[in-house]
Design a protein around this ligand. Structure first.
Ligand SMILES: *Cc1c(COP(=O)(O)O)cnc(C)c1O
Length: 418
C-alpha cells in the first residue's frame, strides 16, 4: 500500500519504526559511534556485506556496525531519498562534493577517459581538471547544444575512445539554465560501451531535484545531489547524496566507508526534518520564480532573462529537452542587467530582502554575481562563450511572498544610476 502513495506523503514516516525508539514519533539523533552486536556470528555477517566480501542474500539486511559504515539517521534518510527518484538505493555524504568525488574515484582508474558537459559546478570542474589528472585520468568536455555525433567525434579525437569510462553531465547548467539531453548522453555512453566495459552516465541533478527531474528514468546510472541546496533547503547544513542501482551504490558505499566521508547523524537528522517540507517548499519556490521571471521579462533595466519558462517552441531543441525531461521550470533565474559589473553591483548592493550570497535552493531568496563569485575560476574566454558576463546576476528564489521579492528587485533595479 505504501508504495502507491506519493513521496511527500511518506516523508514523515517511511523507514522508521517508533516502537524501536520508545514510541518517539520522530527518529531520535543516534549520536553513537558504535553498535552492540547480539552475537559474534551476527557481527561477522554484517562485516562481510559492509566490506563488499559478498552480496546480500535475498531479504538480508545489513545490521548496524559503526557510524562510519551506517547509522539509523542515515539509513532512514537514504530510504526516504530513494522514493523521489524511484532509485533502488542511495548513499548520503557529508557534502555534495564528497558524493561527486567518491563516484568519480570509484568508477575511474588511471588511463581512463572521462567525458563531461561544460559548464559544470566550480568544485566539480576543479576536481575533474586539476585533481583527476594527477591520478592519470584524462578528461574531454562537450558544450550545450553540441549534437550527438559531434560529441562522439570529440571522444574519438582524444585517441582514447576505448578508455572512456564515464559520461558526467550537469543539467540545467549553472547559471545559464541551458539544458543537456540526458537520453542522448546515455546513447553516447552506450556507443562506447563494450561487452567487457559499460560506460556509466552520472547526472548532477542539484538544480532540479529531486522533484523536477528524474535522470534515472531517462537512462542515467547515477543521480548526484548537493543536499545542501533544495533537499536541505534551509541554508543550515552541507550534505550530498548519490542514487542508483543496488549494485552500483553498494560499490559507492564501500569506498565511502574507506574515505570516511559519510554524513554524521546530526546531518542525517536535519535532512530528515527538511524532507518533510520538501515538496511544499519547492512548489512555492517554483510558483514564486514564475512571477519573478514574468516581472524581469518586462523590466526596462533588464536585458535578458535566463529562465526555463522562457524556452518556448521557438527555442527548438532546448524546448524539446525541457518538455521531455523537466517537470517544472525550477526556481533558478539569471538575468543580464543593462550595463556591466558596475550596474550589476549597484543592483546587488541595493537589495533589502534578498540576501547577497552564493548557494541556492534555500527558503530565503539569494542573489549573486557569477562572473566574480561562483564562476570566477572559469577561464575568461570560456566564461564569455558561456554568456557568463559582468552584467549577469543569478537569483535563487525562496518561499517569501512573491510580491515582496518583486518589490525588492524593482527597487534595487531602480537604484541603478544611469
Ligand atoms: C553546491 C553544488 C555542488 C557542491 O555541493 P556541496 O554540498 O557544496 O559540496 C555540486 N553541484 C552543484 C550543481 C551545486 O550547486
Amino acid at each position: 500500500m505504501k508504495n502507491k502513495m506519493k513521496p511527500e506523503s511518506l516523508m514523515m514516516s517511511y523507514g522508521y519504526k517508533p516502537a524501536l525508539s520508545e514510541g518517539a514519533i520522530k527518529s531520535p539523533i543516534f549520536q553513537t559511534s558504535t553498535f552492540v552486536f547480539k552475537t559474534a556470528e551476527e557481527g561477522k555477517a554484517f562485516f562481510e556485506i559492509a566490506y563488499g566480501h559478498r552480496q546480500k542474500k535475498i531479504g538480508e539486511e545489513i545490521g548496524l556496525i559503526y557510524s562510519r559504515i551506517n547509522n539509523p539517521d542515515l539509513e532512514i534518510l537514504e530510504n526516504r531519498l530513494t522514493l523521489w527518484d524511484e532509485a533502488e538505493d542511495c548513499a548520503v555524504f557529508e557534502s555534495g562534493m564528497s558524493a561527486i568525488t567518491t563516484v568519480l574515484l570509484e568508477f575511474l582508474k588511471p588511463g581512463d577517459l572521462l567525458l563531461i558537459s561544460s559548464p559544470v559546478y566550480g568544485g566539480t570542474d576543479h576536481f575533474v581538471t586539476k585533481i583527476l589528472p594527477k591520478f592519470g585520468i584524462h578528461v574531454a568536455a562537450f558544450k550545450v547544444g553540441q549534437k550527438r555525433d559531434e560529441v562522439i567525434d570529440i571522444v574519438k579525437a582524444t585517441g582514447m575512445a576505448d578508455k572512456l569510462a564515464m559520461v558526467y553531465i550537469e543539467t540545467p547548467a549553472n547559471p545559464t539554465n541551458d539544458l543537456i539531453d540526458i537520453k542522448c548522453s546515455k546513447e553516447i555512453a552506450k556507443h562506447f560501451s563494450t561487452s567487457e566495459k559499460e560506460v556509466y552516465l552520472a547526472v548532477d541533478n542539484t538544480y532540479m531535484g529531486p522533484l523536477w527531474q528524474h535522470p534515472l528514468k531517462h537512462g542515467a546510472d547515477f543521480v548526484l545531489y548537493s543536499a545542501t541546496k533544495y533537499i536541505g533547503g534551509h541554508s543550515d547544513v552541507i550534505a550530498g547524496a548519490c542514487l542508483g542501482s543496488k549494485e552500483l551504490i553498494q560499490r559507492v558505499k564501500v569506498l565511502r566507508t574507506f574515505l570516511g566521508n559519510m554524513a554524521g547523524p546530526w546531518t542525517g537528522w536535519l535532512l530528515l526534518r527538511s524532507l518533510e517540507t520538501l515538496k511544499a517548499r519547492m512548489d512555492i519556490q517554483a510558483f514564486n520564480a514564475e512571477k519573478v521571471a514574468d516581472f524581469l521579462n518586462r523590466h526596462q533595466k533588464v536585458e535578458k532573462v535566463y529562465y526555463l519558462g522562457n524556452f518556448t517552441k521557438r527555442a527548438g531543441e532546448q524546448y524539446d529537452i525541457l518538455q521531455r525531461q523537466c517537470l517544472s521550470n525550477g526556481a533558478m533565474i539569471s538575468f543580464d542587467v543593462v550595463g556591466g559589473e558596475k550596474e550589476a553591483f549597484q543592483f546587488l548592493n541595493a537589495l533589502k530582502l534578498i540576501k547577497l550570497a552564493v548557494s541556492l535552493g534555500g527558503t530565503e531568496s539569494l542573489a549573486e554575481h557569477p562572473a566574480t563569485m561562483t564562476h570566477s575560476d572559469v577561464e575568461e574566454n570560456h566564461r564569455k562563450e558561456l554568456s557568463i558576463t559582468e552584467k549577469m546576476v543569478r537569483l535563487s528564489i525562496g518561499v517569501e511572498n512573491y510580491n515582496d521579492i518583486i518589490w525588492d528587485i524593482d527597487q534595487a533595479l531602480n537604484a541603478i544610476s544611469t
